[in-house]
Design a protein around this ligand. Structure first.
Ligand SMILES: *[C@@H]1O[C@H](CO)[C@@H](O)[C@H](O)[C@H]1NC(C)=O
Ligand SMILES: *[C@@H]1O[C@H](CO)[C@@H](O)[C@H](O)[C@H]1NC(C)=O
Ligand SMILES: *[C@@H]1O[C@H](CO)[C@@H](O)[C@H](O)[C@H]1NC(C)=O
Length: 394
C-alpha cells in the first residue's frame, strides 16, 4: 500500500524532526525561510497530505490537532473598543456577562502557534489583497481580523468601506487590503424574471458573476456550507437552475456538490498556484442540540460557559465536510484545507446564544431561538485568524 509507505515515511520524518528540533519550545523558529506570502510556499500542500505543511516551522505539524488552553492574556482585543463588529455577534454589547469564552487559545499537539503579530501580518501582506469569501461566519472572520490588526496597530493609516457585498479594510502605508465578499453559495444567485416576477435563481453551474470579485486577489479564503441547507424562510432562493429547468428544491447535498465542483473547476482553470494562495475553510459547527454533550434538558447552547472537554461529545462529521473533501481531492490546484470544524466543535460556550438581538438587549423570553451557529466576536474567529496568520507567515 503506497499510503502505508507514505505514512511510515512521514512518521520517520516527524521522529527526526523531534530529535533535532524542539518544536514545543515557545519562541524559537528553527528555520530560516522565505517570508514572502506571494510565493506559494505551501503551494504543494494538498488535502491528501492531511494538512501537513512541508516547509517552515509548521513543518509536519497538523495545526488542527490539539486542544484549547485557557489563557488570561486573551482576547487579542476588546470587542467594546472595535467599532466594526456586527452587533448581532458582539456579545459583550448585547450584555453577555461572562468573559471566559474569550480566553481560550488553540494549542496544536506538535507545534506552537505564535501569538498574533499584526505588524508582521501587514508586512507580509504588503502590496497584496487578502479576501475572505462566504457568508456571515466569514464576515465575522473579517471583522475579527480587522479588530485584531487595529488593536495591534491602533495608529495605522487606514480606510474602511462597508459597501455590500464588499467590506474592504486598507492599510494604506502597506498598500495592503483585507476584504470580505458576500457569496454564501460561491456560485451565482441572480435575480431574474420568472413568469414576469423577479425571483432569486440559484445557479450551481455558474460562478462568473461572483468570480469577478476575487479575480486578481492574492490570498483567498473560501467557505460555503450552511446556506445550502437552510429551510423555510431562511432558504435564499426561489428556484434552482438545473439542466435547463427551474426547481423549487433539489437534493441539498447533491446540489451542494455540483456547486462546489463548479467553484473547483473555476479555480483550476483560472488561477496560478505560483501567484495565488487559496484556502477553503471547512464547515463551522453548530451547537443546537445539548444532548450532544449529555445535557438533554438544556436549551440549545444557552448558559454554556465552558468548552466541551470530551471527544465523545463532539458532533458527527457534517455531510458538507465529506463532500468538499472529495471535491478538493480531485482538484489540480493545491487548495489548503483550513480544517477548523473539529477544533471549533469543542466551543459550545462561544456562540452568541441569547446575547444577539443586535440592539444591546438579550433575547431571554423572546420567541427567537438562541443563536448557536454564529460565534461571539471577539472569540473563536480570532483563533481562526491566528491560525491563518501562522499559515501565511511561518
Ligand atoms: C480535519 O481535522 C480532523 C481533526 O482535527 C481530522 O480528523 C480530519 O481527518 C481532518 N480532515 C482532513 C481532510 O484533513
Ligand atoms: C498596491 O497593491 C496592488 C495590489 O493589491 C498592486 O497592484 C499595486 O501595484 C500596488 N501599488 C504600489 C504603489 O505598490
Ligand atoms: C440560564 O440562566 C439564567 C440565569 O441564571 C436562567 O434564568 C435561565 O433559566 C437559564 N436558562 C436555561 C435554558 O438554563
Amino acid at each position: 500500500m503506497p499510503e502505508l509507505a507514505l505514512s511510515s515515511f512521514l512518521f520517520l520524518l516527524l521522529l527526526l524532526f523531534f530529535l533535532f528540533f524542539d518544536p514545543l519550545s515557545a519562541t524559537h523558529l528553527p528555520f530560516s525561510r522565505d517570508r514572502r506570502l506571494g510565493r506559494s510556499i505551501h503551494g504543494h500542500v494538498s488535502l491528501l497530505e492531511e494538512n501537513m505543511v512541508s516547509e517552515g516551522s509548521a513543518e509536519l505539524c497538523n495545526i488542527f490537532n490539539g486542544r484549547w488552553v485557557f489563557d488570561e492574556s486573551y482576547p487579542l482585543y476588546s470587542s467594546q473598543s472595535c467599532p466594526y463588529i456586527s452587533s448581532r455577534v458582539n456579545c459583550k454589547y448585547n450584555g453577555r456577562p461572562d468573559s471566559d469564552y474569550q480566553k481560550w487559545r488553540w494549542q496544536p499537539d506538535t507545534c506552537n502557534v505564535p501569538r498574533f503579530d499584526g505588524e508582521k501580518l501587514l508586512e507580509g501582506l504588503r502590496g497584496k489583497r487578502l479576501m475572505i469569501v462566504g457568508d456571515s461566519l466569514d464576515r465575522s472572520m473579517w471583522e475579527s481580523l480587522v479588530c485584531m490588526l487595529l488593536s495591534y496597530s491602533p495608529d495605522i493609516t487606514k480606510s474602511i468601506q462597508l459597501n455590500y457585498p464588499f467590506n474592504v479594510f486598507r492599510a494604506l502605508e502597506y498598500n495592503a487590503s483585507v476584504e470580505f465578499f458576500w457569496a454564501p453559495f460561491l456560485v451565482d444567485l441572480d435575480m431574474e424574471l420568472v413568469l414576469g416576477q423577479p425571483k432569486r435563481v440559484l445557479k450551481p453551474y455558474e460562478i462568473e458573476g461572483n468570480a469577478q470579485a476575487w479575480r486578481g486577489v492574492d490570498i483567498l479564503i473560501f467557505n460555503s456550507a450552511h446556506y445550502w441547507t437552510h429551510l423555510g424562510g431562511l432558504k435564499s432562493w426561489d428556484y434552482i437552475e438545473y439542466e435547463n429547468g427551474l426547481y423549487e428544491d433539489l437534493d441539498r447535498m447533491f446540489i451542494y456538490q455540483k456547486g462546489m465542483e463548479t467553484w473547483a473547476s473555476w479555480i483550476d482553470s483560472n488561477l496560478d498556484p505560483q501567484k495565488t494562495r487559496v484556502f477553503f475553510r471547512s464547515i463551522s459547527p453548530i451547537h443546537t442540540d445539548p444532548s450532544q454533550w449529555d445535557e438533554p434538558n438544556g436549551n440549545r447552547c444557552v448558559n454554556e460557559t465552558e468548552p466541551i472537554t470530551q471527544d465523545a461529545f463532539l458532533s458527527p462529521i457534517p455531510p458538507q465536510m465529506t463532500i468538499i473533501e472529495t471535491v478538493l481531492k480531485q482538484m489540480k490546484f493545491p487548495v489548503y484545507f483550513f480544517n477548523i470544524t473539529r477544533l471549533s466543535d469543542y466551543r459550545k460556550d462561544a456562540h452568541p446564544s441569547v446575547y444577539t438581538s443586535g440592539d444591546g438587549e438579550m433575547r431571554y423570553g423572546s420567541a427567537s431561538p438562541a443563536d448557536c451557529s454564529h460565534w461571539c466576536v471577539s472569540g473563536v474567529p480570532d483563533i481562526w485568524n491566528e491560525l491563518l496568520a501562522f499559515l501565511l507567515l511561518y
